[in-house]
Design a protein around this ligand. Structure first.
Ligand code: MLT
Length: 406
């Protein structure tokens, strides 16, 4: 008799953003005349930067001629892109990361979800609460948790992120082996200083642990004193894997391109204490299960690092941050406590009420979609997340409607 992976039965019926999409679509069907403004899922709305579009077209033309056509590319990504990333995102900021430590992929969601495959099943994992659901759900699927009870999975060390700790979790009280961190944070928009990040790097070193550092939103950092990469912290090469994405940086949510950095000096251990390079393991996994991002997409991504590309990306990010500033101002004026939105596209708002109820109120009365904080974990209860990914006009309209509705 064929059997299922029982771990899937421990999961909530659907993924957070699918659940929200279903609710919104039911609302739209019941109210076909209502105009809905989406500030829920962090999906970008602005067109690709012109430099990327031009490079994309040129690469598609290359695919149209036999002399320049390309078939399978290297699974890890083309050197032209890996080198541009190493030079601009790391070396330029004093981080010692080499092109061959970068794995190009089709998304940080896939990579943060898949990375757990290279670790043992019985390790201790620390996961923030609230959290981007992918980290937790993929470990549930892999059988690293017990049942879901009182809003938490048994067997996980939760790192509570609350108003009182500024949404920066404290170090775990019991030793853990794998730590998920995300800064600027999704969903709270909180950031971390270099000094605070150093305490995590030191903890990982002392405990022979690994940090999985999701920096998908680093482009939104405006405060120059904040680290954009964990590798700006001394010693991080030996304890951290970093995930980056072009989705929010350059509007690639539909185009798909991201990367993961696995330094060659990063080691983990077998049951007998023998050490193994995680770079080799991830390379093995990547080459077995992934065939690379398409050539035109990698050329379009490379253009992010061109002179014009850099200017255009900066403009894109600053337009979304302008939306975020407006959301911050309007929600503060309405008397809500909030964080995020200054170095992040997300604003995390204490709604002072059940977060799904607040979600329903905003959808029904204002026609505005947000994300209920409870969907990100127990500590998210009472909060909502508003995303700044939309046009300024729509954000203005949404804020006016929310003001009128509340
Ligand atoms: C979010 O809204 O949290 C993100 O869009 C999800 C993602 O990037 O997968």
């Amino acid at each position: 008799m064929i059997r299922i992976n029982d771990n899937y039965l421990k999961l909530k019926a659907s993924y957070l953003f699918s659940d929200i999409a279903k609710r919104v679509s039911a609302f739209q069907q019941a109210n076909p005349d209502r105009d809905i403004i989406r500030l829920g899922i962090g999906d970008v709305t602005r067109a690709l930067p012109q430099a990327c579009v031009e490079a994309f077209h040129k690469a598609v033309d290359e695919m149209a001629s036999e002399s320049t056509f390309r078939g399978y590319g290297p699974e890890q990504g083309y050197d032209f892109l890996r080198e541009a990333i190493a030079a601009n995102d790391f070396k330029a900021r004093g981080a010692d990361i080499h092109a061959d430590e970068i794995f190009i992929s089709d998304g940080a969601k896939c990579d943060t979800g898949n990375i757990q495959e290279i670790f043992a099943k019985d390790i201790n994992i620390a996961i923030p609460d609230p959290v981007y659901p992918v980290y937790l759900d993929t470990n549930v699927m892999a059988g690293r948790t017990g049942a879901f009870k009182d809003g938490k999975y048994e067997g996980i060390t939760y790192l509570n992120c609350t108003w009182d700790n500024g949404f920066n979790p404290e170090l775990p009280q019991t030793p853990v082996d794998l730590i998920y961190l995300c800064f600027p944070n999704n969903p709270t928009g909180a950031t971390i200083t270099k000094a605070a990040l150093k305490t995590w790097v030191d903890y990982a070193k002392d405990n022979k642990a690994i940090i999985l550092y999701d920096a998908a939103y680093e482009a939104f950092i405006t405060d120059d004193s904040l680290p954009r990469s964990i590798y700006e912290v001394e010693g991080a090469r030996d304890v951290a894997i970093e995930f980056r994405s072009f989705s929010k940086t350059a509007g690639f949510t539909g185009t798909r391109c991201a990367f993961t950095v696995v330094p060659k000096s990063l080691m983990a251990y077998d049951a007998d204490g023998g050490s193994h390079a995680l770079h080799a393991l991830w390379n093995r996994r990547h080459t077995t299960k992934f065939n690379g991002v398409s050539y035109p997409v990698q050329r379009a991504t490379e253009a992010v690092y061109s002179e014009e590309g850099k200017i255009q990306v900066k403009q894109l990010v600053s337009d979304y941050l302008k939306n975020a500033a407006l959301i911050r101002k309007e929600m503060s004026d309405l008397g809500y406590d909030l964080v995020g939105g200054d170095n992040s596209p997300y604003i995390w708002i204490n709604g002072k009420t059940d977060s799904w109820e607040f979600f329903d109120t905003l959808l029904n009365k204002a026609g505005v979609v947000v994300t209920p904080g409870a969907g990100f974990g127990k500590c998210g209860e009472g909060y909502i997340r508003i995303s700044s990914f939309n046009s300024y006009e729509n954000v203005e309209k949404a804020m006016a409607r929310i003001k009128a509705a509340l």
